[in-house]
Design a protein around this ligand. Sequence first.
Ligand SMILES: O=c1nc[nH]c2c1ncn2[C@H]1C[C@H](O)[C@@H](COP(=O)(O)OP(=O)(O)OP(=O)(O)O)O1
Ligand SMILES: [Mg+2]
Length: 202
Amino acid sequence: MKEKIIFATKNRGKIKEINMIMEDTNYEVISMEDAGIDIDIVEDGSTFLENAIIKAKEVMKIADCIVMADDSGLEVDYLDKAPGIYSARFGGEDTSYRIKNKMIIDKLEGVEEKDRTARFVCAIAAVFPDGEVLTTRGTVEGIIIHEERGSNGFGYDPIFYVPEYSCTTAEMDNESKNKISHRGKALRSMKAKMESHRNGCK
Ligand SMILES: O=c1nc[nH]c2c1ncn2[C@H]1C[C@H](O)[C@@H](COP(=O)(O)OP(=O)(O)OP(=O)(O)O)O1
Ligand SMILES: [Mg+2]
């Protein structure tokens, strides 16, 4: 029997990527929705890591299994690393990503290629029923292009171009994106940490 992990997110794009990465483990990842948990979590931490821990601990209050959470976002160097932890709230929480992406492109109008660097950052926290907390982080470097490209992924993927792969993360399939992404890196580190920390504890 696989051990259950509730992933404390309401973002379906994340869940898809996460399920693929966790497929080869002894864990069964279920979404908050599948777990019947519908709570609004206030993400008032000052770092990705703090917010990931807040999300996982909030769900742990009403769960009986391992809870994991991801807090992630886009850092644009020219904008002093904005939107950063405010990525989901940038331009308003309910504003579409078509508009958010356009807002970022507009803010970079006239900015030359070398100054359009950006990165996706992902912090993951795993909280265990015994109170232990494990955390990891992953990043991927890219540049902000001038128009949206691609329709896979979610969020800021259509404007995030990865030079080494000559495409945006929205032009990659889930498997390719997971190989290089902030979330892929953070979650694979978490899998490794869980193996070394938790073996024999159960
Ligand atoms: O791979 C990614 N590809 C494109 N955009 C991404 C990615 N990863 C994070 N992002 C952006 C989307 C959102 O604006 C913010 C995450 O915000 P964040 O609060 O962590 O997630 P969320 O509110 O969508 O779902 P939840 O908090 O329920 O997990 O960064
Ligand atoms: Mg959020």
